[in-house]
Design a protein around this ligand. Sequence first.
Ligand SMILES: NC(=O)c1ccc[n+]([C@@H]2O[C@H](COP(=O)([O-])OP(=O)(O)OC[C@H]3O[C@@H](n4cnc5c(N)ncnc54)[C@H](O)[C@@H]3O)[C@@H](O)[C@H]2O)c1
Length: 393
Amino acid sequence: MLNSLSKTSAFVTRQGRNMATRAYGSSQLQLAKEGQAEVILVGCGQPNKGMGWYHAIQMLEDRCPSASLDYVVEPWFMGGGKDSEAGVEFAGWQKEAEGKYGTAFIGSMDDLPEPKAPRLALISGRTADNPRLLTECIEKGSKCIYLEKPGAPTVAELEQMKNEAEAAGVEVLMGYNKNVCKYVRKTREFAETVKGSHVTFVSNNAYEPTAESLGECFERNAEGMLKNMAIHELALLASFYDVNVDNIAEVTADKEFSSLQTLKGPSGKDFTDFDKIKFTIKTKNGNTVSVQADRCGGTDSYAFVSDPSGEEVFRYYMPDDEDKAMVQELQAQYPTAMPYFFTQDPDYVTVKERVAKHTVDGLPAEGIATVQIAVDTLKVAEYLTPILQEQLK
Ligand SMILES: NC(=O)c1ccc[n+]([C@@H]2O[C@H](COP(=O)([O-])OP(=O)(O)OC[C@H]3O[C@@H](n4cnc5c(N)ncnc54)[C@H](O)[C@@H]3O)[C@@H](O)[C@H]2O)c1
């Protein structure tokens, strides 16, 4: 698989597919073939920076056999932001991808033609834009929607989106990739072998520990750390530890580890957020579990198991030794890309492939979080944020 990601083969036209085609300039271009979902990527983002861009790369490189990326809808970098430095970079990548893969790029959902195959809309826009983007994806005949986490800025908006999709008979599945990843599975399996054990999920980002870098991060991810970064861990808690707002008995912040800061974003406005947070939750039905997240902690995530005396008895990293070579290879191929793309690379493939396959065959998408789990998770994030802020004052 890694060979197919090498520099030389990265932009090779897909060969030998039994595909539909559409006229594009003077040539016929490829569309989803039998057994594939026609994927519309909504909100690609800047090359090497946007989550959507990395989703695009994985599909263009044929790593998700049930997904054919046929349309990229990029309202900002092909619209208001097209003359910015990032917009110019986007245009260069667009040209390359159009030429090599036949993917159509459009600046507005209005220009999307009717679906020619089961349509999967992958929404990877800014969270605040998601409610509107979801409505547009439903209007444009999507059968299924892959919604990037956390889905919406607020519980109220996400619940509304859930209802809207249900009424339209459109399924919404979530990009909570940690639900399917190896370190979580290994840690949970080990914890089951130690009576009275305690699991801590640790998530790190690699921002510079400066006011400028964190201020930019706080503004760009203005929904806050719990809804943006640690939301993956909250989804694990909701999925595997019965954590939901009605079942939380106790929340305790680790004051020594945690840090709450007010910093200026690039716009000059102030943003208050955690740059580090650690807390433990006890549930009414007797589960205890901890989460630790650090914006400047590095590029890896891991989980560890402590025995009842508090001693750590097991730790599993993402990436593990087996995956480190793959991460290095991807880093060499895309040296300026966000590091977390590589450590989570196999999980992004797994989630997209399962959702795309489900869009085509309707069979269960195993382990993939539903929009209901996303609603429960977001409720927990909204519940915890003021409590933890209060404890850290
Ligand atoms: N699953 C994961 O591990 C993971 C990781 C990172 C991000 N995400 C999620 O992916 C989604 C996209 O995140 P991202 O960091 O790539 O977002 P981003 O802000 O970089 O880009 C998303 C879109 O926002 C628009 N945009 C960018 N700058 C704009 C501007 N100045 N004005 C107006 N519009 C602008 C563009 O259309 C772009 O496609 C979010 O939902 C995020 O939570 C998921």
